[in-house]
Design a protein around this ligand. Sequence first.
Ligand SMILES: [Cu+2]
Length: 157
Amino acid sequence: MRAVLAFVSLVGCSSPTTVPVDAGSEAGADSGSACSRDTRKEVYVAGIEKKATTLTVKIVSATPAPPAKETNGWTIEITDAASKAGIAAAQVMVTAYMPDHGHASSHTPVVTDKGAGKYEVNDVYYMMPGLWQTTISVVRQTGVAAEDVVFNFCVDG
Ligand SMILES: [Cu+2]
């Protein structure tokens, strides 16, 4: 399914994706960007977190902050939802996807276990402006089902 979507997206994205930037003609627009009126977006703050079934994923810090077009690096912390203890040695996979265009990022983020529940995520790559769904999928230990959390960040051009 993902492969089909990725194919469709290539077609969808072959046309210019530039969204006309209004020159402040709309009252209340914070930047006049593609993101300013997207109600699906989540505003990044250091420490933003999402809960899955048995665990919580927190973005401790992001570079740049807030997340921006092209290359992003995050430090995340994964903790047990009940005990709050860090979950080390999990299998963590990060994927970025653009729902409006039906395509994934051209880069596969690289996750490095830093111990005690901290993980470094590099090469989260948003190649164009708009809403990106970044899924962090965590397998606590082999044989256990993955638990996903999704962060919805809108990236300005
Ligand atoms: Cu796109």
